[in-house]
Design a protein around this ligand. Structure first.
Ligand SMILES: *[C@@H]1O[C@H](CO)[C@@H](O)[C@H](O)[C@H]1NC(C)=O
Ligand SMILES: *[C@@H]1O[C@H](CO)[C@@H](O)[C@H](O)[C@H]1NC(C)=O
Ligand SMILES: *[C@@H]1O[C@H](CO)[C@@H](O)[C@H](O)[C@H]1NC(C)=O
Ligand SMILES: *[C@@H]1O[C@H](CO)[C@@H](O)[C@H](O)[C@H]1NC(C)=O
Ligand SMILES: *[C@@H]1O[C@H](CO)[C@@H](O)[C@H](O)[C@H]1NC(C)=O
Ligand SMILES: *[C@@H]1O[C@H](CO)[C@@H](O)[C@H](O)[C@H]1NC(C)=O
Ligand SMILES: *[C@@H]1O[C@H](CO)[C@@H](O)[C@H](O)[C@H]1NC(C)=O
Ligand SMILES: *[C@@H]1O[C@H](CO)[C@@H](O)[C@H](O)[C@H]1NC(C)=O
Length: 326
């Protein structure tokens, strides 16, 4: 397959969510209570502090969209030029403000629930209105289809039997496999499970931060999670596309077309962070950096509570020159 420049990836949207819980509840816990009591309060079970924060997050969670506008569409279409991208955004929605639904505590240390989908536009945290239409994408339409639906069933470990498993997803839609990837890539294990991108992902300890006097361990999704199977053999089963990845030698882009009804949808980190140079250079106008574009969780080590996080990704659509001669 010949892949010239115009068959690069056109970049759609970056989705992120930021949460900050600095509730009064947490501060006394760190210092005064003995570890047994902490363990008790950190279990997700009706009546604990962890449960209250899990049911509906104590602080706001936002989903922000940045959209890349192609500034030279006719050169791209007619001459196969490199797309010049301009980032517009953020468009900010408040999400996760509704409590989880249909909660069932099981006797084996798991709890199951549905996650209601709802989004409210936040004009003060956005650059335009949600009715701005950029590159044919109308956010208001997308969001109104999402509003009022729900996601799940999720079943997670409560931490009752093993505190280190708290909030780890045991199953999704009653299945431990996603039936999408081959082999171990298909397992639903890991705390950061993106139902939208259909894969489990893991974080590794990166650094300790001090935020308002509280020590937090920062976990980030490592470069290895998006590496090509050439560098990280375990990733072989995430490589299902031969074109973009050039026979699984390039890193940083995940083909999810078969879970999006055959549409050529690819997921990457924003601005192709941790992707191979050549993918980044197929377009103009992107500048990846870890601070703005990485996914992280900041966890208070004594309780295991996540105090802030950002889940960031970029949705890309593959466009190719039309083979039809008109
Ligand atoms: C927690 O338990 C109380 C008392 O049993 C009950 O009223 C409440 O509905 C429960 N909360 C949830 C979210 O199930
Ligand atoms: C919750 O359970 C009720 C009764 O089983 C059901 O009607 C409802 O659709 C469920 N809600 C979700 C979000 O699945
Ligand atoms: C826990 O219990 C639920 C409900 O009975 C069951 O569906 C699930 O498979 C069990 N999980 C484990 C890990 O035993
Ligand atoms: C989604 O529904 C909520 C009510 O649950 C409403 O406040 C909000 O404006 C709706 N958002 C959009 C974008 O339609
Ligand atoms: C956006 O469009 C929706 C429906 O078309 C309308 O209800 C809403 O008022 C519009 N918002 C703005 C800020 O123009
Ligand atoms: C899920 O995938 C694993 C690894 O390929 C396999 O061992 C297991 O049998 C699968 N489980 C189900 C329920 O399909
Ligand atoms: C899921 O489990 C498999 C097999 O136990 C392991 O190889 C893999 O690293 C785990 N993935 C995550 C995200 O924890
Ligand atoms: C990928 O592999 C196929 C078959 O082995 C080969 O024909 C093709 O040239 C390779 N493409 C790249 C980009 O390496």
């Amino acid at each position: 397959m010949i892949c010239n420049r115009s068959c690069g990836l056109l970049t759609g949207a970056v989705i992120g969510a930021v949460l900050a819980i600095f509730g009064g509840a947490l501060i006394p816990i760190g210092d005064r209570l003995i570890s047994k009591a902490i363990k008790k309060e950190a279990v997700i079970s009706n009546g604990t502090i962890a449960f209250d924060n899990w049911l509906v997050p104590g602080s706001s969670v936002y989903r922000q969209f940045w959209i890349f506008n192609v500034e030279n569409p006719s050169e791209v279409l007619n001459l196969g030029a490199r797309p010049k991208l301009e980032q517009r955004g953020p468009y900010t929605y408040r999400v996760r403000y509704l409590p989880k639904e249909n909660i069932t505590e099981n006797s084996n240390g798991t709890i199951s629930y549905m996650l209601p989908n709802a989004a409210r536009f936040e004009p003060d945290m956005s650059v335009g209105t949600e009715n701005d239409t950029i590159t044919c994408l109308n956010l208001a339409v997308v969001v109104s289809q999402y509003n009022g639906t729900s996601d799940g069933l999720y079943r997670v470990y409560t931490g009752k039997d093993d505190i280190s498993k708290t909030a780890i997803i045991e199953s999704y839609k009653n299945k431990r496999n996603l039936s999408y990837w081959e082999g171990h890539c298909d397992l639903v294990n890991g705390t950061v499970f993106f139902s939208f991108i259909f894969r489990s992902i893991y974080g590794v300890y990166q650094t300790t931060k001090n935020v308002k006097g509280i020590q937090l361990y920062r976990f980030t999704v490592p470069r290895e999670a998006f590496a090509s199977p050439v560098d990280v053999g375990d990733n072989y089963c995430f490589c299902t596309d031969q074109v973009i990845s050039q026979n699984c030698t390039l890193a940083g882009v995940l083909d999810i077309s078969s879970c999006k009804a055959g549409r050529p949808v690819y997921i990457s980190l924003p601005h192709f962070l941790h992707a191979s140079e050549s993918i980044l250079h197929d377009v103009e106008g992107l500048s990846p950096n870890e601070e703005e574009h990485e996914t992280f969780l900041d966890v208070e080590p004594t309780t295991g509570f996540t105090l802030q996080f950002a889940k960031r990704l970029q949705v890309n659509l593959l466009v190719r020159p039309s083979t039809k001669i008109e």
